[in-house]
Ligand binder design. Structure first.
Ligand SMILES: [Zn+2]
Ligand SMILES: [Zn+2]
Length: 474
């Protein structure tokens, strides 16, 4: 079944255009397999390494071994060709800008390619290691390349939503610890501006059990005000949280209270995470529930502050306060939830970021190519269809402009919901057979895979573990 379905999808994609066919080849194995001589990660690189050693050993004047010398010269002189949009299936035109939190491994410039490889119209990145207090500055070459690729691939800087470090807690009443967080936070904002990006998303913080929520909210606002003065234009976007422990920001009213204390209101906003909303008790699974939730948001925060969303399904039930992301359609939210969110004009023209479990892994020396991105590719495609942009995989590959918003999920038939859910399910099944969430290969049965975890999901899950301790450690 899995094979039949995926080959059908591949055929559908390939049947549209020559370009699409090319990129189907590209993406079916690794997005940039043609750029990487060794798409298989382990055995062959080892062999290459061995060749390298041989070549190095053979580079003495006494050895003129033609093949090894040639190999060595070619590797040095010919960097991989710069990827172009033609290397990928054309992205759908949609006013709902959907895409995952992609890897920046090998340089922030690679994030653009990783986004294009899954048909994303928006994406998120980390600006540095999210687990370290200090990181090397961005390389000038990386910044230049990132900007060039953003242009070449047609991404708007307002559709990229960098995510802040998980270590930062601006609500910590301990001054020394808060200062450490603040330095890390401002450094991130500066990186954001260096890359020409407009938005910066972070977790508001925690009282660490040592302050009232009001005190922590005031400290967070104070840090934002300070950061505004130290930077030029980046908009600081507060994320709503699932509500565990001492975490600030699970209620809209808390986000509103912080914003009210910010002086420059043009440079502050909110990112709504669907999984966190649901975990915090906002029942967005029905159209009425979504409408009521948005009414509360309008009342307590204000719609003009909505600058982005995290589009995640939830492993945990309503009001569980558990931050457990699930693949789209496979959790307690279900596809219908995303159909009414992604047909709401209020969520248009902003980054709508997937932080769902995936199984991607770096391929090749350049770390440009990634395997196991089939899950995200499928989720992006399904979400585009749910938003009313395109109603079938075939149409999804067309360059037809988005249709007007759907009236509601009623237009999507029961069998469509079922089929699309099954598509995601199959993609997850296939991916988890090959790799675990750390991108490591597993035995064919996927036994070693830690279900529902992924590299970035690990961070999201860890965010959970951090929920009670976040701040206490730093
Ligand atoms: Zn987050
Ligand atoms: Zn989360």
């Amino acid at each position: 079944m899995a094979l039949r379905r995926s080959s059908r999808i591949a055929t559908t994609i390939a049947s549209t255009t020559k370009q699409a066919a090319r990129s189907a080849v590209f993406t079916a194995t690794s997005p940039l397999s043609s750029l990487s001589p060794d798409p298989d990660d382990k055995p062959r690189p080892t062999k290459r390494k061995r060749n390298n050693v041989k070549a190095d050993a053979a580079s003495g004047e006494d050895d003129e071994s033609a093949p090894t010398t040639q190999k060595r010269t070619r590797r040095r002189r010919s960097p991989p060709p710069e990827p172009t949009p033609d290397d990928f299936a054309p992205r759908v035109e949609n006013r709902w800008k959907i895409g995952p939190h992609v890897s920046s491994s090998g340089g922030v410039e690679n994030s653009v390619i990783n986004a294009a490889a899954v048909g994303a119209n928006a994406f998120a990145i980390f600006l540095k290691s999210q687990r370290k207090w200090e990181s090397n500055a961005l390389k000038e070459e990386s910044v230049t390349k990132f900007k060039a690729r953003m242009k070449a691939f047609g991404y708007s800087p307002s559709h990229v939503l960098p995510h802040g470090s998980y270590l930062v807690n601006l609500g910590n009443p301990d001054k020394e610890k808060r200062e450490k967080s603040y330095a890390c936070f401002v450094d991130d904002l500066k990186r954001c501006e260096e890359l020409g990006l407009q938005l910066y998303n972070f977790h508001p913080g925690s009282t660490v059990g040592a302050a009232t929520i009001e005190q922590s909210m005031a400290l967070i606002a104070e840090c934002i005000n300070r950061a505004h003065k130290e930077t030029e234009y980046a908009v600081i976007v507060l994320e709503n949280m699932a509500g565990a422990g001492n975490i600030v920001g699970s209620r809209f009213s808390e986000l509103g209270d912080i914003i009210r204390q910010v002086d420059d209101k043009t440079r502050v906003g909110v990112c709504l995470d669907t999984c966190h909303m649901f975990a915090a008790g906002y029942d967005i699974t029905t159209k009425d529930g979504w409408a009521a939730t948005m009414a509360e948001f309008e009342r307590d925060v204000g719609l003009s502050y909505l600058r982005g969303m995290h589009i995640n399904d939830s492993k945990a039930p309503l009001a569980s306060k558990k931050d457990r992301h699930e693949n789209i359609g496979l959790g307690h939210l279900g596809l219908r939830t995303f159909a009414h969110i992604l047909s709401d004009p209020r969520t248009r023209d902003m980054p709508l970021i997937l932080e769902t479990p995936a199984y991607d892994a770096p391929v090749g020396k350049e770390k440009l190519a990634w395997e196991g991105m089939g899950v995200w590719r499928t989720e992006v495609s399904v979400l585009n269809r749910l938003s009313g942009c395109c109603s079938s995989p075939l149409e999804a590959e067309d360059e037809t402009p988005a249709r007007p918003a759907r009236e509601g999920e009623g237009e999507i038939g029961e069998s469509e919901y079922e089929g699309w859910r099954e598509e995601v399910h199959e993609a997850v099944k296939t991916a988890s057979k090959a790799r675990d969430a750390k991108g490591r290969k597993v035995d064919g049965a996927g036994k070693k895979a830690r279900k529902g975890k992924r590299r970035k999901g690990d961070e999201e899950d860890a965010e959970d573990e951090d929920d009670d301790s976040c701040g206490e450690d730093h």
